[in-house]
Write a protein that binds this ligand. Structure first.
Ligand SMILES: *Cc1c(COP(=O)(O)O)cnc(C)c1O
Length: 390
């Protein structure tokens, strides 16, 4: 994967001095990098008049949401509270889409009260409930059908979502029934088709596969005289976890160009995206300190003060993040298992990682933590909830 712009995100000595004065662990957000990323998204998507919604669940830190809102991205929400948060942060109701397999009545009512742009719906029973709740308010809900395109994204099994056996979306063989059901629903207006095949997708060919499937599915609808006003292809663009310093900004240009090359839109049809990880992933770093270095059998353990309570991705998805020792000036290297303090064996950030000789008190940076990091923090073991600095 290559990127549109490269610059170093290594920390300056001022930043490191500042880290030393703060209580670890904490998330450090580089808002300049976030701005550059947002500029790149904006510029490259505007070229084709594409609409980009930021997927809130990747990071709902207030400073980050407010900054993203200034770049006029829409909001992709997956809960009623995310819809409320979007309104609070200044996103307008026409910019909000609401997805999720298990929307509660309360959440649907919140979205109806806020007149959001579109519900991305995942089943007939859900459509029935939305229709009923909208009728009770004398409103019409705009809906898109989330269709399961049966496209495999080559990513971790826990973050692939576009296969028939996944819980997400409506399968193709159910569509006839959905159209029959929709014909009787007076309070929903069918305006779009929605897809989302997974996350951390680094091979653009997977998105090409999605485009080709979308074209087939559009033809299926076209044969039935149905043209919706927008297609939403979801998110999933991956980031470079191995070399964040070399590739701080994903190649949005190639991403949008691929859709322009392969997706067939009908006249006036809008194309929407929901990007999360690719927007916030690289701007966040988890800063931690080494508590103890302990002798092991094959490698030593560097036990740090951050754990799965601050960053659960390694334990949950077997994810790897690049790690740097920000303090040591040692020219000798050794292998370490970098582990957290939590009473779980999966609380491990790296196995047999080569690091310069590391000692108690050294600052450790775990890179590329801006997406699905702080949002998934917990207080397991009754730990303090992790803080953020900018
Ligand atoms: C999580 C999610 C996204 C964002 O995915 P990223 O991989 O972070 O870009 C987009 N759309 C839906 C429906 C999602 O659930």
């Amino acid at each position: 994967m290559h990127y549109t712009k490269t610059f170093l995100t290594m920390f300056s000595s001022e930043e490191i001095t500042r880290f030393e004065s703060l209580t670890t662990p904490f998330y450090y957000y580089n808002l300049e990098l976030l701005k550059d990323t947002l500029k790149a998204v904006k510029e490259t998507s505007s070229e084709y008049n594409y609409h980009v919604h930021y997927a809130f669940k990747a990071n709902t830190n207030n400073e980050i949401l407010e900054l993203i809102q200034q770049y006029r991205l829409g909001a992709d929400c997956v809960s009623g509270n995310e819809v409320k948060k979007a309104i609070e942060c200044g996103y307008t109701s026409e910019q909000i889409v609401f997805a999720g397999v298990g929307k509660t009545d309360d959440e649907i009512n919140t979205a109806l009260d806020n007149n959001i742009f579109c519900f991305n719906c995942e089943s007939i029973p859900e459509l029935e409930v939305i229709n009923e709740l909208a009728a009770a308010k004398n409103k019409t809900a705009q809906i898109a059908l989330r269709i399961n395109p049966n496209v495999n994204a080559n990513t971790h099994a826990y973050i692939t979502t576009g296969l028939e056996e996944n819980k997400f979306g409506i399968n193709m063989w159910e569509l006839e029934d959905v159209l029959v059901a929709l014909a009787d629903m007076k309070n929903v207006n069918f305006i779009g088709l929605h897809f989302h095949i997974g996350s951390q997708i680094t091979d653009l060919n997977d998105f090409k596969g999605l485009c080709l499937r979308v074209n087939e599915i559009q033809n299926w609808f076209y044969d039935r005289q149905i043209i919706v006003n927008h297609i939403n292809v979801g998110g999933g663009l991956g980031i470079d976890y191995e070399n964040p310093q070399q590739n701080p900004i994903p190649n949005f240009e190639a991403f949008f160009k691929l859709f322009n090359d392969f997706i067939e839109l009908r006249p006036q049809q809008e194309l929407h995206f929901e990007l999360g990880r690719s927007i916030t992933g690289q701007c966040g770093t988890l800063i931690s300190k080494v508590l103890y270095v302990k002798k092991g059998v094959n490698t030593d353990f560097a036990i740090i003060d951050a754990g799965m309570t601050e960053l659960i991705r390694p334990a949950l998805y077997q994810a790897t993040h690049s790690i740097n020792n920000l303090t040591t000036t040692s020219t000798e290297s050794k292998r370490y298992d970098v582990v957290g303090p939590i009473c779980e064996s999966s609380d491990c950030f790296a196995k047999a990682l080569m690091l310069p000789t590391t000692k108690r008190g050294d600052l450790i940076a775990i890179n590329s933590c801006g997406a699905y990091g702080e949002v998934m923090a917990s207080q397991y073991n009754l730990r303090d909830l992790v803080k953020a600095v900018y």
